[in-house]
Design a protein around this ligand. Sequence first.
Ligand SMILES: [Zn+2]
Ligand SMILES: [Zn+2]
Length: 249
Amino acid sequence: MSELFEVCEGIWCVRRLSYFTCSYIVRIREGLVLVDCSMSSSGEDMLVSLQRLGFTSNCVKGILLTHWHNDHAAGASVLKALSGAITVYHKNEEPFLMRRTASAGLRGYLAERIPELGPLVLFKGLLGEASPKAVEATYFVDNGDIVFDEFEVIATPGHTEGHLSFYHIEKQVLFAGDALAVIGGKLRYMARAVTPDKERARSSVLACLSRPIKVVCPGHREPLKLKTEEECEALRSHACGMKPWPFWG
Ligand SMILES: [Zn+2]
Ligand SMILES: [Zn+2]
C-alpha cells in the first residue's frame, strides 16, 4: 500500500498510494528522524520502509509532525511507543493529536467504523476530528526553534492552526507538509478547499520560501528536485503579488 524511494542522499520518501501522502525518513547524526508518520495507525508503512532500508525502529530518534491530519500522523503513536523517539509538534495541534476533539455520538461512532484504507479515509478525519491514536509530544516546538541541531522549525499555519514545516539547514531541504503542493514538477499553493485560513497560508508560503531551497519535500505527490530555485521564485512572486488564491492550488 506504500512505496519507498530515495529523494537525495540520506532522505527517503514513504508514499502511501491513497492520496499520495508522503512521509519522510531522514538520516541525522544520531540516527533517523521521521518527518510525518503515514496514514496507517498500525505504523506498518513506516516499519516496513525502515526494514527495507536495513533499519529498525530503534534507529528512530525523532518524530517531527507537521500537523494532526490522519494521513500525516496516524502512525506516530506506534512508532513513538516502539522507538521512544522524541516527538515534537505545535501546541495548537495537541487537542487533535491527543484525541480531545474526538467526536462523541453518531459522528464518533461512524468515524471509528470507517476503515483506514481506501477512499473514505478523509471522512474519517472529518467526522472524528482527531488523530486515530493519541500521540503525546515530548515537547512542543514553534517558529525558529532548532530540533536535533539540524532542522529549523517554521510555523506555517493556514491549512491547520498549528501547522509546521521543517527546514534541514545543511541540506537546504524544506519539509513543507501541507503548506505547499508540488503538482507535475510545479510548486503550488494547496487547493482552496483545504486552506481554511488563506491569509495566514499565504504568509506561511512566503515564510517557507524565504530560505535557500534545493529540494522541497511536500506532504503529497512528489518531491521537487529540478528547477527548484525557479519554482520557489515563481511562487514567491505570486504570493507577494496578493493575487487571488487559485481554486485547485
Ligand atoms: Zn493536511
Ligand atoms: Zn495531507
